[in-house]
Design a protein around this ligand. Structure first.
Ligand code: MD3
Ligand code: FE
Length: 212
């Protein structure tokens, strides 16, 4: 079941409460396990070195990373430990099979932690560091609710809000894949799912258009 305003672009699908409480707890415990070996790191902007307010880690064969020197890119290893990223949990593999409609598995699953003490948010941007825009991006929200904003193909212009709750899944396929989007507000302190509080977002992506 998906309930979204007809103003959202074709290919954008919202599944409210895709994951139940038990599954959400399972996903959080898998994130906890992953960050025990692939700790959250502080991403910085290319050139300026300005920190993003979220901290990040990844699951799967590739991870999205960014730093002052080398900018936005995908890497097979953690920037600090030099170790491969932890494997994608089965629950997420299954999610991709159910909702992506794509022939190949995801390569990168970015873990974003919006921390209460940092009042983390995410500015409007486009996900375009991949070499494959045929595959959708699939995202899972966990913990505190947030206001997601969807813009358009060009930057600036009006945005449409959508409140995302813990357990919600969104799929950004078709035209929506290259739309601007961001997180304008997190309602910190509303959920007790995340051990140290805040919101965790898991974003699954296909990076290459072939199996490498
Ligand atoms: C719409 N994350 O990691 S997820 C990101 O909640 C990111 O942490 C936000 O944007 C978060 O890049 C939003 C939903 C999302 C992800 C990719 C999209 C929405 C998207 C790509 C195209 C359009
Ligand atoms: Fe994004």
């Amino acid at each position: 079941m998906s309930l979204i305003s007809p103003q959202f672009p074709p290919g954008f699908v919202h599944y409210p409460q895709f994951f139940n409480q038990e599954e959400q707890r399972q996903l959080i415990s898998q994130v906890k396990q992953a960050v025990a070996t692939a700790p959250f790191y502080k991403p910085t902007m290319p050139g300026t070195g300005h920190p993003l307010s979220v901290v990040m880690s990844n699951f799967g064969p590739l991870g999205w990373v960014t730093d002052k020197e080398n900018g936005y890119r995908y890497e097979k290893i953690h920037p600090r430990t030099g170790l491969p990223w932890p494997a994608l949990p089965h629950l997420l593999e299954e999610l991709w099979l159910k909702v992506s409609g794509y022939k190949y598995p995801p390569e990168a699953t970015l873990i974003n932690w919006y921390r209460p003490e940092m009042k983390s948010k995410m500015g409007m941007h486009v996900d375009n560091d991949e070499n494959n825009f045929d595959a959708p991006v699939v995202s899972v929200s966990l913990g505190d609710p947030a206001v997601f904003r969807m813009g358009g193909l060009k930057r600036g212009g009006s945005t449409l809000p959508l409140k995302l709750y813990s357990g919600d899944v969104i799929v950004m396929g078709g035209e929506s894949r290259l739309y601007h989007h961001g997180i304008s507000k997190v309602f910190y302190g509303e959920s007790d799912l995340v051990p140290k509080g805040g919101r965790i977002n898991l974003t699954m992506r296909r990076v290459n258009s072939v199996i490498v």
